[in-house]
Design a protein around this ligand. Structure first.
Ligand code: GTP
Length: 242
């Protein structure tokens, strides 16, 4: 087996990926594909944490745009991430991967509460830790939760799995002339308002010098390739070297 480049990683999976082509809800076949990739990373001995979004079920910001009070809408979005986390846990465990779900909002009948030191201990014991309920606070995205948790567990890198190959200068779903960046600096992402993560999440990465790789999670081999150091997707880091 090729040598792993990383010791500990945090994978951010958007909720939409769990919906498959249906675009809404949880499709076991779509989770299955992601779970296979996570299993492969874990089997390389890489300590793996996952933050999952909730956009396949409910998106707080969209709810508030349609007239709901923002905080209530965001809490609903956080609950959506718990559904996704439990679904992913179930499929991973069916594949023999040991997991623990920790929720930022206490719901002890369903999941452990978030305790940083315990999460790190789980990772050391080679359990995949799935962080649910975002940061537990409204007004923060699950991208920001992913960066926060990545720093708290001292992850080497944050991997953002999306439906497209990386970061583009225009929306590749709408414009076929869109060009993908192989590398960007945090400041370029912010200045060009590139849709990588929201600005709070990117700033948090920048302030703490946490590298971020945006890649297509739908391509089966991509996570394994990344783990062995292949250049996939777009790397966002402090200075851009061409
Ligand atoms: P170590 O003792 O460090 O090896 O970790 P462990 O997770 O195996 O120990 P623990 O006894 O804390 O947990 C046993 C099981 O109970 C695991 O599946 C945990 O995820 C689960 N668990 C622990 N705390 C809670 C909780 O507050 N709520 C729920 N629902 N499950 C919990």
């Amino acid at each position: 087996m090729p040598e792993a480049k990383y010791h500990r990683v945090l994978l951010k999976v958007s909720g939409e990926v769990l919906a498959g082509d249906g675009g809404f809800g949880i499709r076991p076949a779509a989770i299955n594909a992601i779970a296979e990739q996570i299993k492969e990373v874990a089997s390389m001995g890489i300590e793996t944490a996952v933050v999952i979004g909730g956009g396949n079920i409910f998106r707080g910001i969209a709810g508030s745009a349609e007239g709901m009070e923002r905080s209530s809408a965001d809490y609903m979005g956080m609950l959506a991430t718990v559904l996704n986390a439990l679904a992913l846990q179930n499929i991973l465990e069916q594949k023999g991967v040991y997991t623990r779900v920790q929720s930022a909002i206490e719901m002890k009948e369903l999941a452990e509460g978030y305790i940083r030191r315990k999460a790190i201990r789980h990772l050391e014991k080679k359990r995949v830790v799935i962080f649910a309920a975002g940061t537990g606070n409204p007004y923060f995205s699950t991208d920001t939760a992913a960066v926060l948790r990545a720093m708290e567990i001292n992850a080497d890198v944050i991997l953002k799995g999306t439906k497209v190959d990386g970061v583009f200068d225009k929306d590749p779903m709408k414009d076929p002339t869109a060009k993908m960046f192989s590398e960007l600096s945090y400041l370029e992402v912010i200045a060009r308002e590139l849709k990588v993560m929201d600005s709070t999440a990117v700033t948090l990465c920048m302030d703490n010098n946490l590298p971020l790789i945006v890649f297509n999670i739908k391509e089966k081999e991509n996570i394994r390739k990344l783990m062995t150091g292949e250049k996939i997707g777009t790397l966002v880091r402090k200075t851009q070297t061409k």
